[in-house]
Design a protein around this ligand. Structure first.
Ligand code: AMP
Length: 457
């Protein structure tokens, strides 16, 4: 399709203006291929990875059909993880920000169900969530989807990997037969195909992965001798001098061990894995996404749904067990046309699998050829402060920026990303100025009120 502008899609002026404001100048490949079908109410199975613009591909479609005066769940988006669900909700709200009185909620496991039930007492138009929790709400009749118009399965392959297939089938029993079902998946496996067959009708297949930004990711492989993996990992990071790195570990134990080793070797790193409490997980994610933690070591499950723009380097600490997982992991760097680097460190029996992955565009070498790290240090310039006030206090980034550059006396350049959550806000600030900022904010307050402020450890 040559004309990639959104205007050919017969969307309302409100929607088109909003897309222009979001700086979505033209459609991404997946949007151009899927949106015409999505908007014709067809079932679509789309192979698209995170970063391809897939959320807008289904989001624009489902929003287009919402009847605001009809207070029932009209669209349901199923996601494999809480992080992805949060991300999708955020993106949908941005796409719908000029649509007044639209209610979009997230329902995921791992949080108390009480407040979700309360929130459902006024039905939402759109629900985004993880299958287990959604099913619970349906089973207990806290929520109904008998008026559902659009069902979306986002990252369907991941949901299948995580064993959600039965929950998904059961959820669908609560939905009307006459509905649109959109299935997005990074990989197109037999399982995905069979799921599509069982829940979609005459689905249009759309695949763009191979045509998306070809060769934008440099893929390198290093074979390590046994027991030298960790020091080679440090050498890889030192060689690439990245701004930020996502290291994938195959197990929780590896993730913890890798993060510890990096910290002991001058590289600021934290592990993200299933054993963390929700607040610990949140802290790690806040720091990584606002640039105050340069290295995140994660298992695949923990990293699902992470949407980090400008990820300069992805490292596989050990070859993943499946090729699909490899594709998924490296797709996180080099997004939206920017270049990225993916380095895989492997050892022992993994060499057999690695050999099968050799092709002309991938570089293979012995890890012993890597230059030694030699005192290399990677630390974020900024640290994060936490303010005990957020959206509920009607706080906006401008309020915080104003206080910091006004009363507190910082210069705008010394302040990094400001993220406002429901009850708390996080501000990245040059490390040397953190104490000054905390003291100043405590004194000056925000919008005439004083709040607790502290440094995130
Ligand atoms: P997704 O694949 O849905 O996670 O989207 C990846 C990123 O691309 C998100 O940050 C979107 O806001 C952004 N995006 C989606 N569609 C477009 C577009 N047409 N033009 C520019 N950015 C886009």
């Amino acid at each position: 399709m040559n004309d990639m502008s959104f205007s050919q899609l017969h969307l309302s002026k409100l929607v088109l203006d909003n897309l222009a404001e979001l700086a979505y100048e033209k459609m991404t490949a997946i949007q151009a291929q899927s949106l015409p079908h999505v908007l014709q109410n067809k079932d679509v199975i789309a192979q698209a990875k995170t970063g391809s613009g897939k959320t807008a591909a289904f989001g624009i479609g489902l929003l287009n059909k919402i009847e605001l005066k009809n207070y029932s769940v009209q669209a349901l988006v199923l996601c494999p993880t809480r992080e992805l669900a949060d991300q999708v909700t955020k993106d949908l709200r941005r796409l719908a920000r000029f649509t007044e009185n639209i209610k979009i909620i997230t329902l995921c496991g791992g949080v108390a169900i009480g407040s979700q039930i309360k929130s459902l007492s006024h039905p939402a138009h759109i629900v985004v969530g993880t299958p287990g929790r959604i099913l619970k709400h349906l089973d207990k009749n806290y929520m109904r989807i008998d008026g559902l118009k659009t069902l979306v399965l986002d990252e369907a392959d991941r949901m299948l990997d995580m064993g959600f297939v039965e929950d998904i089938q059961k959820i669908i029993e609560f939905a009307p037969n006459k509905r649109q079902t959109l299935l997005f998946s990074a990989t197109y496996t037999d399982e995905v195909r069979s799921l599509s067959k069982s829940i979609q009708k005459s689905a249009v297949t759309v695949a763009t992965i191979d045509t998306e930004s070809p060769n934008k990711i440099t893929e390198m492989f290093y074979e390590s001798a046994a027991d030298l993996n960790l020091s080679h990992l440090v050498n890889i990071i030192a060689k690439e001098e990245p701004k930020n790195v996502l290291v994938f570990a195959n197990t929780k134990i590896d993730a913890k061990e890798v993060a510890r080793h990096l910290r002991n070797n001058g590289i600021e790193a934290a592990a993200l894995h299933g054993d963390l409490e929700q607040y610990q997980r949140n802290d790690v994610l806040v720091k990584f996404t606002n640039g105050t933690l340069p290295v995140l070591v994660a298992t695949d499950v923990a990293a699902r749904g992470l949407d980090i723009k400008e990820l300069s380097l992805v490292i596989n600490y050990g070859l993943p067990f499946e090729h699909n997982v490899y594709t998924h992991r490296i797709g996180r760097t080099g997004r939206a046309g920017s270049t990225g680097i993916a380095v895989t460190l492997y050892w022992g029996k993994q060499a057999f699998k690695a050999k099968k992955m050799q092709n002309s565009s991938r570089q293979f070498d012995k890890a012993s050829t890597l230059p030694k790290a030699n005192g290399y240090i990677l630390k974020a310039q900024n640290g994060t402060i936490v303010i005990e006030a957020g959206k509920r206090n009607k706080l906006r980034p401008g309020d915080i920026l104003g206080a910091l550059t006004g009363d507190v006396g910082l210069n705008g350049k010394q302040i990094g990303k400001i993220s406002i959550y429901d009850k708390q806000s996080y501000v990245a600030i040059e490390r040397g100025l953190i104490n000054k900022a905390i003291k100043g904010l405590k004194q000056s307050g925000l919008k005439g009120k004083r709040f607790s402020v502290w440094i995130m450890k």
